[in-house]
Design a protein around this ligand. Structure first.
Ligand code: CA
Length: 229
């Protein structure tokens, strides 16, 4: 059955162009033109993916995303930003977005990203488990929670996937391209994207004793990242 996609975007020409490109690619796609009607559609039907503009009338995209994530974790969310402002992106990813695109973009590019979201990782992964890190920090990859100083900090499914991937490849340096291909399922990693770096920043805020001096997710200059624990 075709995956169903809701496009929440108030720029009508853009929304309809995206809808047509997705429909041509075999998806079921429909458009909501503002925040409240988008949320109402999401509550009424089990969409598989949402293309969510951040600047929306009625209710902004970030607010909508936070509300949605309180109700559903399984729907994939791709946010659209007018300017790739790092703070907006971090806020979007922390609120549970899976990926983003900066405007302007071509509908073909968006279709490729959406298809990547539905590509499944090889499921022969080791059991997700609880992990105790130095500094009194614990991570539960099954529950997607970080425990530190008596606090429970939720992780997004994507953050869990990244952590698991880094841990599974702890004996080597993991490049951004590795993550884009294996975790994000991009067909071609040769895209200009800060998605990986921004997710790493977000993860470090949750799991590092001092996010400014990361000890678990270390940067290997000019190469990528490596897990140390
Ligand atoms: Ca807009």
């Amino acid at each position: 059955m075709a995956h169903s996609i809701l496009i929440i975007e108030d720029e009508q020409d853009l929304a309809l162009g995206v809808r047509d490109a997705l429909t041509n690619a075999g998806f079921q796609a429909e458009v909501a033109g503002d925040g409240p009607s988008g949320l109402a559609r999401l509550r009424a039907s089990p969409f598989d993916l949402v293309v969510l503009d951040l600047m929306l009338p009625g209710m902004n995209g970030l607010e909508l995303l936070k509300t949605l994530r309180r109700e559903r974790q399984d729907v994939r969310v791709l946010i659209l930003t007018a300017m790739a402002e790092e703070d907006d992106l971090i806020a979007g990813f922390q609120a549970g977005a899976d990926d983003y695109m900066s405007k302007p973009f071509s509908p073909r590019e968006l279709v490729a990203r959406v298809e990547a979201q539905f590509r499944r990782r090889d499921s022969a992964t080791p059991a997700r488990a609880r992990l105790d890190l130095p500094g009194g920090i614990s991570v539960d990859l099954a529950r997607l929670e970080v425990y530190r100083k008596g606090q429970v900090i939720p992780m997004t499914p994507r953050e869990g996937d990244i952590l698991e991937y880094l841990m599974r490849h702890r004996d080597k340096v993991v490049t951004r391209d590795d993550l884009l291909v294996d975790v994000w399922h991009y067909k071609s990693p040769n895209v200009e994207t800060r998605t990986v770096d921004i997710h790493i920043v977000g993860l470090r805020r949750k799991i590092e004793v001092d996010p400014a001096k990361p000890q678990f997710i270390q940067t290997v200059r000019g190469k990528g990242y490596r897990w140390f624990s």
